[in-house]
Design a protein around this ligand. Structure first.
Ligand code: NAD
Length: 331
């Protein structure tokens, strides 16, 4: 890697969240001094300085960025019309505006999302690249991810703020993928299989509490294609970007090594769990995939979690009776 940019002290928001929980120990292990913003949930990570505060507080940023060289901004609220403006938009603005005034901030990493490109909502039969224009799907979460990025872009253009945007796909930890495709609760994610049950055979699963593995198909029977990312690959993307001069001024897709097809995933998981595959036809899901050529060539990003590894680890987690983290946003 080329010369580092001198980030040693990092302020992290969202440290109790899905990505933050996995990231904090990696930062500490890599030798960074970490200050983490603690808000509604306790952060449990040895070696991290905790700062209690709220992103909506205009006075927070000055305290938070004092003595720091880098920012990793992961904290936000999700699909929440009443809160996203204050938490996500103003919260990001306060941090950016403070970073702009502090030349000691050498890098500001903003958590973006592939929701900014509208993913399954828009027909797009080719891989999405970083230069694809923002095209959020309806709702306040995707809208918020576009507005956050636009603010970052403008701080970079207007003031040279050293921004890196990492656009994560739906991040999978624990047995998230199993919860997405198996029919018994806990079940989450889009599409909602129960709402797509039309035939008596499909309805029987929900009526009788039977389990099966969902396979999303388009009208005509072609299986759906989707791109997600394993939590360890998401963390890899952040660690490779942090302190990396080549990452400054760029947005990167941080996603899995390749997209998966629902039929392949469903067959593989069904065999492992001894369950039937149940097809659900969905007429408003559009296939999507991302190219990761840019993070591969610029960052050396090398994601390890294809759909089989995500499933294998999810099955192992379930078999071991792992305790799931509560889910806040259905990807
Ligand atoms: N998890 C995913 O699948 C995914 C996918 C794409 C992008 N992202 C982005 O990555 C980032 C992190 O996502 P996540 O899933 O880890 O988050 P999460 O929902 O699990 O956690 C959110 C975090 O934000 C903090 N927070 C919320 N409101 C706050 C406030 N007012 N003040 C201070 N802190 C506050 C919470 O305490 C928590 O630590 C977000 O920007 C998200 O949009 C996540």
């Amino acid at each position: 890697m080329s010369k580092k940019i001198g980030v040693k002290n990092v302020f992290v928001t969202g440290g109790s969240g899905k990505i933050g929980r996995a990231l904090l120990p990696e930062l500490v292990a890599a030798g960074y001094k970490v200050r983490a913003l603690q808000f509604d949930e306790a952060i449990e990570c040895d070696g991290v300085e905790l700062l209690d505060g709220d992103l909506r507080d205009p006075k927070l940023a000055a305290k938070a960025l004092k003595g720091m060289d880098g920012v990793i901004h992961l904290g936000n609220c999700k699909e929440n019309r009443d809160q996203f403006m204050d938490t996500n938009i103003k919260g990001t603005f306060y941090l950016l505006d403070e970073a702009m005034r502090r030349p000691h901030i050498r890098q500001f990493i903003q958590a973006g999302s592939d929701a900014r490109a509208g993913i399954f909502y828009h027909p797009r039969p080719y891989p999405i690249a970083e230069d694809f224009p923002h095209a959020a799907y309806p709702g306040y979460y995707a809208f918020s991810k576009v507005l956050e990025e636009v603010m970052c872009e403008q701080y970079r253009i207007q003031y040279g703020t050293p921004i890196t945007v990492l656009r994560f796909s739906w991040v999978h930890e624990d047995d998230d993928f199993l919860c997405h495709v198996t029919l018994r609760e806990p079940n989450f994610g889009v599409p909602v299989w129960k709402e797509l049950a039309r035939t008596p055979q499909q309805k029987k699963f929900f009526k009788n509490g039977l389990d099966g593995v969902a396979c999303l198909v388009h009208p005509g029977g072609r299986p759906g294609v989707r791109h997600i990312v394993g939590i360890k690959d998401a963390v890899q993307g952040i660690m490779l970007s942090l302190n990396n001069p080549a990452a400054l001024g760029h947005a990167f897709a941080i996603t899995g090594p390749s997209a998966f097809s629902y039929d392949v995933a469903a067959k593989y998981l069904a065999k492992k769990l001894g369950l039937p595959v149940v097809e659900f036809e969905c007429d408003d899901f559009h296939d999507f995939s991302h190219t990761i050529a840019k993070p591969r060539s610029i960052l050396g990003y090398d994601p390890q979690y294809d759909i089989f590894k995500i499933i294998d680890e999810g099955v192992a987690f379930r078999k071991a009776g792992g305790k799931r983290h509560p889910i806040k946003y259905i990807g």
